[in-house]
Write a protein that binds this ligand. Structure first.
Ligand code: ATP
Length: 768
């Protein structure tokens, strides 16, 4: 690259930045005007809210006026927010207007054209595209193409062009720091820089350096089920966030951010990724953890979380084949069959009671259900039963409203209570006073019987918990499950329910049974469902999620090597199982084998922990060897830990001590918190601070830290292959430094001959 080319490019950057600067000034003026308008309306609004609320007529008038003003305020606020967002985008763009340039020559053109690609598009006042959005169809060439003939998809079909040049830029504060031409997808030099820089507490966008396979994930618009199996640090999470930005850009008119839901592994993760979409000028999608989702669905019950289960599994023996069956697709099929075969006689109806007496008896309810055509789906029949009960309730309300005692009650009402019962909507609606009185009478009875109404509306007249017991007692068992074992499953479930608790294993089958029998539970608005860390979900849970979001396209991401609960599975076998269970039209598997997060020595060490780690490709970023520090008693270990922490904090922004369990994390906290500014993170924490943190590994899923210290990787703590996934997950959270502290003999996973001693720095304490 010649210096004249560099100065020419810098002149262009200056020119573009100048244009953006002018637009910022104009937008700032627009913002001030919008803000002033909003303030005026708000002032007016607050004056209006203090008017007389006592007289009924005034009240109606004021209320209508207020409603109008409220609508105006919300429109103006939205307008102001849009301008603010534009301003933020322009300011960001001015600092770094673009990161790429492609020179192309279309078949019907005589001269080549240079296009510049950035995080958002910028069109000047003469309609020249000075910067193209990275998501524009033509930009895909930048990520995918090597020089020569290339194709790219557009809404009008596939287009062809000749790619003559591809140039990458690193522009900071309007200044070109680095630029070079490349024939590769996105050159390693650029990536080296991006990865070496990171030391933020939150995730950054990767649009300047998206890799080819990541680009495939991001731009896939046709699959109904996209399964991404990628090794730790291969950019799965990054890819889905850019994918969401891409989908929002491409379906601007039909897709909104709140029609996309992401199931995240934990709440810290939700915070960790929260800046990525806003940095690309998009709103965040909805995020929920499995625990939050289940808690919301089972109000009144305490549902075991994945974390509770992980902790419990460490202290109690687990019957793996039993659990495997309970969480399988076969279990969900059994539920489905059971519900389809259900009949009025097998359904566990219960009385609806009021004031200690039976209001609608279960026999009456069963009778209604029985009279409905049995060809209808159970949920349909249930809904019609609900409607019939509502009708009967209305009838009883009407009859009771005629009673003398209700009329007496009306006579006793104060003016205020009377108007409240009538409600603003009905004021002046009745021509005859008698009609108004009738209405009030029904309203009194309706309010009194609200509990019955709620019971009908919520379908409380079917005891789903006892129905699930009935299902379990009739469930066809696989050969490897004995009747005795199954009896214990039923007994445990019943015992849990008695104490308002539910095991995680039972949650998905029970929800499925409830939805199939009584209806509801499905969200038809969601268009995309993303599940990160899918290896921690059972097949039953995934089937349920598909049922709960029936219109959503699924993107499932995971790494079976990081399974904390299960054995490792090959990506192909995972897709095969999902294909069979989820029954989708178009499915696709993308495998990512290159790991970007950690330095070369850390990834080399981490992959050696796994039985089939050879397939992991380490990105070539230099760094120190992982250090193993061995001490033979706790006191010496904590002294060493304090020393390591001090050293790491001197050079790293985030240092995490990762433990196997919450108990261990608390113990470390107790020992260190007096000497260090240390934060103990639990599953209630919502944000990730910078500095020094201690947390169990399952809360660190999906996260990364500049420096990781694995606490106590002894043979006692990590005795065998079962723990390989956990240790691998811990090691791969480190970006730049990894230290492994062992109290006593080191785990055979590390001390095995598989890991060459030359790949580690080992520091022993001399024993007396
Ligand atoms: N193309 C890329 N350009 C720059 N950085 C990247 C790229 N791909 C991944 N990274 C970086 O690598 C790190 C790991 O990415 P990410 O968290 O998305 O991986 P993951 O596959 O979800 O990891 P895990 O399964 O271990 O949680 C992040 O810091 C991310 O910014």
């Amino acid at each position: 690259m010649t210096t004249s080319e560099e100065s020419q490019e810098q002149r262009r950057v200056d020119h573009v930045a100048g244009r953006i600067g002018a637009r910022i000034e104009k937008t700032e003026a627009d913002y001030t005007a919008a803000h002033q308008e909003l303030r005026n309306v708000l002032k007016n609004y607050s004056e209006n809210t203090s008017v007389n609320w006592f007289e009924v007529d005034d009240r109606i008038e004021t209320s209508a006026e207020l409603q109008q003003q409220r609508a105006l305020v919300s429109r103006l606020t939205e307008n102001q927010n849009i301008i603010q967002d534009q301003l933020d985008t322009f300011k960001e763009l001015k600092r770094s207007p673009y990161f790429g340039r492609i020179d192309i020559q279309d078949p019907d053109e005589t001269t080549p054209e240079s296009l510049y690609i950035g995080t958002a598009s910028f069109v000047d006042d003469d309609q020249n595209f000075l910067v193209y959005d990275w998501r524009a169809p033509i930009s895909s060439i930048y990520y995918n193409g090597v020089l020569g003939q290339v194709a790219y998809d557009t809404p009008a079909g596939e287009q062809h062009t000749d790619l003559l040049k591809k140039r990458q830029f690193l522009i900071q504060n309007g200044h070109i720091e680095n630029m070079f031409d490349t024939n590769e997808t996105v050159g390693d030099e650029m990536l080296q820089h991006a990865l070496g820089e990171q030391n933020d507490a939150t995730m950054q966008n990767i649009v300047a350096t998206i890799q080819r396979e990541q680009n495939d994930i991001i731009r896939d618009t046709t699959s109904d089920l996209l399964v991404v199996q990628g090794v730790a640090g291969s950019g799965k999470t990054s890819a889905i966030l850019q994918r969401i930005a891409f989908l929002l850009y491409h379906s601007r008119r039909d897709l909104e951010a709140d029609q996309i839901v992401l199931f995240s592994p934990n709440r810290l993760f939700s915070h960790y990724i929260s800046d990525v979409l806003p940095s690309l000028g998009e709103r965040n999608m909805r995020q929920v953890t499995l625990a939050e989702f289940l808690t919301q669905r089972f109000q009144g019950l305490t549902v075991q979380t994945q974390f509770d289960r992980y902790e419990d599994d460490q202290t109690q023996p687990i019957n793996r084949h039993l659990r495997a069956f309970q969480e399988s697709a076969a279990m969900m099929t059994a539920i489905h069959d059971y519900c389809l075969k259900s009949s009025p006689a097998t359904l566990r109806f219960t009385d609806i009671r009021f004031d200690g007496r039976v209001f609608f008896s279960k026999e009456e309810i069963r009778d209604i259900y029985d009279r409905l055509p049995d060809a209808a789906a159970p949920a349909d029949r249930f809904l019609r039963t609900k409607n019939a009960l509502e009708k009967r309730l209305k009838h009883r309300i009407a009859t009771e409203a005629q009673s003398d005692c209700v009329r007496d009650e009306i006579d006793q009402l104060s003016d205020e209570d009377y108007h409240n019962l009538l409600g603003a909507k009905h004021l002046g609606q009745f021509e005859q006073l008698d009609d108004e009185i009738d209405f009030i009478a029904r309203e009194i009875v309706r309010r009194r019987l609200r509990q019955v109404d709620d019971a009908i509306y919520n379908g409380y007249f079917l005891d789903v918990y006892s129905q699930y017991t009935d299902f379990l007692s009739h469930c066809p068992l696989p050969e490897n499950v004995t009747v005795e074992e199954w009896q214990s499953v039923i007994a445990t479930y019943q015992h849990d329910i008695e104490f308002h608790r539910l095991a995680l294993t039972d949650a998905a089958p029970l929800l499925y049974l409830r939805d199939l029998l009584i209806g509801g539970g499905a969200n038809h608005r969601m268009q995309h469902l993303f599940v990160d860390e899918m290896q921690d979900y059972s097949m039953a849970q995934l089937i349920y999620l598909q049922h709960a979001f029936p219109r959503a396209k699924l993107t499932l991401l995971g790494d079976s090597e990081q399974a904390l609960f299960k054995a490792v599975e090959s990506p192909e076998s995972i897709l095969k199982k999902l294909d069979a269970a989820l029954n989708v039209k178009r499915s696709r598997l993308i495998t990512l084998r290159r790991s970007y997060r950690s330095t070369y020595p850390i990834t080399t060490f981490a992959k050696a922990l796994l039985p089939d780690g050879d397939q992991i490709e380490a990105f070539n970023r230099p760094g120190d060897l992982p250090r193993v520090v061995i001490r033979y008693d706790e006191e010496a270990a904590f002294k060493a830990l304090a020393h390591e922490v001090t050293t790491e904090l001197a050079t790293n922004g985030t240092v995490a001590i990762l433990t196997k369990s919450a108990g261990e994390a608390r113990h470390v906290y107790q020992e260190l918190h007096r000497d260090f500014d240390l934060t103990l993170l639990t599953d209630n924490d919502l944000s990730l601070p910078k500095g020094l943190v201690v947390l169990p590994i399952y809360l660190a899923k999906g996260l990364e830290f500049d420096s990781v210290i694995a606490y106590n990787v002894s043979a006692e703590n990590y005795p065998d292959e079962q723990m390989a996934g956990t240790l691998y997950t811990i090691a791969t959270r480190a970006m730049h430094h990894l230290t492994l502290l062992s109290i006593g003999a080191v785990s055979p996973l590390i001390a095995s001959g598989k890991i060459p001693q030359a790949d580690l720095t080992i520091e022993h304490e001399f024993q007396n």
